[in-house]
Write a protein that binds this ligand. Structure first.
Ligand code: AGP
Length: 629
């Protein structure tokens, strides 16, 4: 049965996409409560925000680009005295349409009577928008979300306009039946003293109070008000009033258990994980899936940018510039794109590119800047230098409207969601996904081979999840062992050499162990001198033409007394004869093996640092975005 992207198991959708939505209905002033709730989940997205307050039959909408503090500063004292007791709010991580006032949520229908906040991605919003435009609807934003209030209004017109819970619920259900994609929404309607909430693939909870109730993407938003939580499930739609909660699924009322949450606020912001980094490693399957969904519809890859690269010597080639983990992603991208598309790819450290006398023919080379933050000074400088050479430039980044997007001619966004931990994890793996898509997009392989690769790429969220579910226990054991050392080597070959370098960097960054990444065949050219029983070697075995050679390297390394931990596929029995320990990962084609290997090495670095009691989310001397040269 061909694996379809849409067949991805529901568990993959249990991890939220990144925006934060909140709602309040009760007897207290809603505005300060909503703003505080948004502040508590600002880590879910912080490029724009807004609130919609219902008061005495009227309503007020405040929204803008920028943070919640910025919005609060612009609210005059009088606004706070509005006294509205029902409100919804949103803090945004932009995916469709840049951070701006018009793109900020809440979004309204044409008459401003229906307001919606949304977390997720509506895949078919373009066709819905065209249908609504043809029916006279007017749109003010570039977002996918704005189609929802218009659909609800259109559905509402089919009822007798009685503004009551049942009619609104039916109108929301009817509207949602047109959508494909992920959503968690909260709907406020003028004249109705309640809120309607619904979820599909994005998380949504209800905080239960005394004559007041709360709705939010995440527990932290409500934990200061209540620790009585109802987790809405897939397909649930809820009508929430101050003294009642009605939940329905598949047309029938359902009862959802009210849970008592013992977390502190800090725990809750990390979704119950001890560190953002661990949460973000566990979001790697979701980051893969969201990045795929951003550019893959059916079997069609579309980056939405008009660039072509000819693979022959006379045509364009690609030069990638990046720093740190993004540089290792670019190194892996080179292997992936050259393997799949036979397009020449060169990779340079941005900080070196900037000060080298580069021979660069701008008419033949497309320069790609790989940068999670889109703000790394070295990489921005490299982009500007590439433009001076006359090169076409593309930014591959995670942050909408970041500086890199404003310098580059074109932008491709990874859809990893906000990455709070200083150590890059899910953004790295999302960068690899872009390279797989790019390699297939540029390839000239036969259709059957293309589809075979595409089907395997669609299985990567599941492969990544299998590492998290099945390898984690074993990895924690090896992490405890590794944590006792002060030096380590990571080795790999081919497409997994960059992964070995990334594994070494991750371990260095957060555990402060001096780890070096090396080509497996290179250790014998000098570094062998450092091998002792105190220098464990983590070796990635790639199931390709380098496998035997790497086994040979293991033998040489073992002969010098160094402990060897292999990262190898399930079912590879041969490797056990050459190493001390094996961390098993799911089987894939060699070209896709960086995905499971990366998840395993991110977990290894995390658990090793934890065993050493390190400060994981904010390692010493480091910053999330290096905006200085
Ligand atoms: C990776 O874990 C580090 N935080 C660092 O190497 C980072 O990858 C580098 O500074 C580049 O950042 P960028 O991707 O935002 O440009």
């Amino acid at each position: 049965m061909p694996y379809s992207l849409l067949a991805i198991p529901q568990w993959l959708f249990l991890k939220g996409k990144m925006c934060g939505i909140v709602g309040y209905v009760g007897e207290r002033e809603a505005l300060p409560i909503i703003l505080e709730s948004l502040k508590r989940i600002e880590y879910r997205g912080y490029d724009s925000c807004g609130v919609f307050v219902l008061e005495n039959g009227d309503s007020k909408l405040h929204k803008d680009a920028g943070t919640i503090d910025h919005l609060k500063e612009n609210l005059s004292e009088s606004e706070y005295l509005g006294g509205g007791k029902i409100a919804i709010g949103h803090t945004r991580w932009a995916t469709h349409g840049g951070p701006s006032k018009k793109n900020a949520h809440p979004h309204l229908d044409g008459k401003g009577e229906i307001a919606v906040v949304h977390n997720g991605i509506i895949e078919n919003f373009q066709s819905i928008k065209e249908m609504l435009l043809s029916q006279g609807c007017e749109f003010v934003s570039e977002t996918d979300t704005e189609v929802i209030p218009h659909l609800i209004n259109r559905s509402f017109k089919k009822f007798d306009q009685a503004v009551n819970a049942a009619q609104i619920k039916e109108a929301v259900k009817e509207a949602l039946s047109h959508l494909t994609g992920s959503y968690a929404i909260i709907v406020a309607v003028k004249g109705f003293d309640g809120l309607v909430a619904a979820r599909n693939e994005s998380p949504l909870i209800i905080g239960v109070g005394d004559r007041e109730n709360f709705i939010a993407s995440d527990v932290p938003a409500v934990l200061e008000q209540t620790n009585r939580i109802i987790y809405l499930e897939e397909g649930d739609i809820a009508v929430v009033e101050k003294d009642s909660i009605y939940i329905e699924n598949g047309g029938a009322e359902v009862k959802r258990e009210e849970k008592l949450i013992e977390w502190t606020i800090g725990d809750a912001e990390k979704g119950g994980y001890e560190h953002f980094m661990l949460k973000e490693i566990h979001e790697e399957p979701r980051a893969i899936m969201d990045t795929l969904r951003g550019y893959l519809v059916e079997e069609e890859i579309n980056f939405g940018v008009d660039f072509k690269v000819e693979g022959d010597a006379k045509g364009k080639s690609i030069l990638m510039v990046a720093c740190g983990t993004s540089y290792y992603a670019a190194m892996c991208g080179k292997q992936i794109i050259e393997n799949l598309a036979k397009v020449p790819v060169q990779v340079e450290l941005a900080s070196e590119f900037n000060y080298s006398d580069f021979v660069l023919d701008g008419t033949k080379v497309m320069v790609m800047a790989i940068t999670q933050s889109g703000e790394t000074a070295d990489t921005l400088m490299a982009l500007k230098k590439a433009k001076r050479y006359g090169c076409k430039t593309v930014a591959i980044t995670n942050v909408l409207d970041s500086s890199a997007t404003r310098i580059a001619d074109e932008t491709i966004y990874i859809r990893a969601g906000p990455e709070i931990g200083v150590a890059a994890t899910k953004s790295f793996i999302a960068q690899l996904v872009i390279f797989y898509l790019l390699g297939l997009f540029l390839s000239k392989m036969p259709a059957s081979e293309f589809l075979e690769h595409l089907e395997e790429l669609k299985r990567m969220p599941q492969i990544a999840q299998m590492v998290l579910d099945e390898a984690d226990i074993n990895i924690r054991k090896h992490a405890g062992y590794l944590s006792k050392y002060e030096h380590a080597f990571f080795v790999g070959r081919g497409v997994n050499l960059p992964i070995a370098l990334e594994g070494a960097l991750k371990l260095k960054e957060i555990s402060y162990i001096h780890a070096e990444g090396y080509a497996a065949g290179e250790l014998k050219h000098g570094p062998f001198a450092l091998l002792t029983e105190d220098t464990p070697v983590i070796a990635i075995l790639t199931p390709d033409n380098t496998y035997e050679k790497t086994l040979g390297n293991m033998k040489e390394i073992k002969a010098r007394g160094a402990p060897v931990i292999a990262i190898a596929e399930e079912g590879d029995e041969e490797v056990e004869k050459y190493v001390d320990e094996v961390i098993r990962v799911p089987e894939t084609s060699a070209i896709f093996s960086p995905i499971p290997n990366t998840v395993a090495l991110h977990l290894l670095a995390y658990w090793t640092a934890k065993a050493r009691g390190c400060e994981i989310d904010k390692p010493r001397n480091l910053a999330k975005s290096v905006t200085v040269e």
